[in-house]
Design a binder for this molecule. Structure first.
Ligand code: HEC
Length: 460
């Protein structure tokens, strides 16, 4: 049993000093990038333990046409997926009761692997291979990947006993425990990481050659991965707002009226602009984390893609000061029962390139029906879903996730896709490709994640 110490005045001033330093160097950020971003280090990984699996709904793919034809069925399925991602899981290290008696749990996605975890685990897996196998680029087996991930979760790296005890001592309340998952932008479910590690050899050479497959097989349209991702593959991308010292959060209006103006390009050139107002929600109203240096961050938005559908299930949630209107009006009990912060996020979802729901309101009354109607382009027109906190720049409030992600692994960049209406019509929402080099995942290809480059470096 690990002993947890009380908060001493010394600790409080150390936390404040750290927060001051971090604040003066960073200031408000809408994304956890740059100096304000922290990865899950070996020490935190050991405290958290193995990433929790994404418990996929294996029956969802059989409902693909139904979801495409019904906004209502689509939204219900999406809220359920969000609940699966937020499912509370216990961390590996046993802590005594936190302040307020909270249990040491994390939402499942907060235990997932970041780029650093991937780098360490893949390095471990390669080192365990014979030189001959490595030279031949033999695919890794499931048991080898499991062993590498287990070793990664058991090691606290360079940290000393004192460092580790000190890190545990900071875990005094829920935001501190939630801070264990750090604030890196992208994290991967164990199913995603396992697949990438097993298929590492396919990523090499393929991207630079941009080998397009004119006639993809019925089971794989992802030439740079060998096989497509499995059903339990899920990836999240988050955006964070610095919360210390009453830092303010920009608020965004996603009502029918404003949405219509953004979709037509009348406002901010079809982008999300800088929002309408300001708020400073407390920890019970927005998911808040505190990092080891004392800096606090609020989760403003979260993208989620899951391979429960062949062309993925695309979901995004964003914080709202008026959480029960428009895209938050149908929030189910599976989310509200998770407690405070999670009832403050709105959600939209896309499961296909084209909208096949005849009803512009998607079967909803009130402000949600109004907002959906404002996003509806007619039957067969491209779908819509976009996040005001994550997506930036002109036209980005007019997009639909899947249309842009089909180009993952190619030489295209978001900016080009959004800007070139001739080559990528309707803000890049229409289906233009038959093969998807990296199965819709940008992280394999270009920076900032560039996992194929991590693999390449370690193979050398
Ligand atoms: C205009 C292009 C574009 C649109 C629209 C877009 N994305 Fe992305 N997305 C990217 C790029 C480029 C990256 C990789 C760079 C980065 O992390 O910012 C990315 C990264 C991601 C990631 C991390 C995994 C990966 O593929 O690298 C997820 C998850 C994600 N997006 C989900 C979504 C969802 C959900 C939506 C719709 C609500 C969406 N995206 C809309 C371009 C786009």
């Amino acid at each position: 049993m690990v002993r947890r110490f009380a908060v001493t005045p010394g600790l409080v001033s150390a936390l404040l000093a750290a927060a001051l330093v971090a604040c003066s160097s960073g200031g408000e950020t809408r994304e956890g990038t740059g100096r304000d971003s922290q990865e899950i280090r070996p020490m935190e990984r050991k405290i958290v333990g193995l990433g929790a699996p994404y418990e996929a709904d294996r029956g969802l793919a059989g409902r693909t046409s139904e979801l495409a034809a019904s906004q209502k069925a689509r939204r219900e399925a999406a809220w359920q997926a969000v609940a699966r991602v937020l499912r509370p899981v216990a961390i590996a290290e046993k802590l005594e009761k936190l302040d307020g008696g909270a249990a040491a749990q994390l939402p499942a996605f907060r235990t997932w692997y970041g780029k650093d975890d991937f780098t360490r685990a893949f390095d471990g897996a390669l080192k365990a291979m014979s030189p001959e196998d490595k030279a031949a680029r033999r695919p890794l087996r499931d048991d080898e990947v499991t062993a590498a991930l287990t070793a990664n979760a058991a090691s606290r790296g360079e940290a000393s006993d004192d460092d580790y005890a000190e890190r545990l001592r900071l875990l005094i309340d829920a935001p501190a425990v939630d801070g264990l998952g750090a604030n890196q932008r992208v994290t991967y479910s164990p199913g995603t990481v396992t697949h990438l590690m097993k298929n590492y050899a396919h990523t090499q050479g393929c991207l630079s050659a941009r080998t397009d497959d004119p006639a993809p097989s019925p089971t794989s349209f992802a030439p740079c991965l060998g096989e497509e991702f499995p059903v339990d593959a899920a990836v999240v991308k988050t955006s964070w707002n610095r919360a210390d010292f009453n830092g303010k959060l920009r608020t965004h209006d996603t009502s029918a009226e404003t949405l219509a103006k953004r979709r037509s390009g009348e406002l901010d050139d079809g982008g999300w602009g800088n929002g309408q107002g300001e708020a400073s929600p407390g920890t019970s109203d927005v998911y808040t984390i505190r990092l080891s240096d004392g800096a606090s961050f609020r989760l403003t938005g979260m993208h989620l893609m899951t391979k429960e559908l062949r062309e993925w299930l695309w979901i995004t949630v964003w914080w709202s000061a008026e959480p029960n209107t428009d895209f938050g009006a149908d929030r189910p009990e599976s989310i509200t029962k998770l407690g405070g912060p999670w009832s403050h996020y709105k959600m939209c979802v896309v499961t296909s390139y084209e909208e096949h729901d005849m009803d512009p309101r998607g079967g909803f009354e009130g402000s949600l029906g109004d907002a959906l109607a404002a996003a509806h382009g007619g039957k067969g027109a491209p779908t819509w879903c976009s996040n005001p906190y994550i997506e930036k720049g002109a036209h980005n409030a007019q997009t639909n996730c899947v249309g842009c992600h089909q180009h993952a692994g190619t030489e295209q960049r978001s900016e080009t896709i959004l800007a070139d209406e001739t080559k990528f019509p309707l803000s890049g929402r229409t289906k233009l490709r038959q093969s998807f080099l990296t199965d819709y995942l940008w992280s394999v290809g270009p920076s900032p994640e560039h996992l194929s480059h991590v693999i390449e470096q370690q193979l050398q």
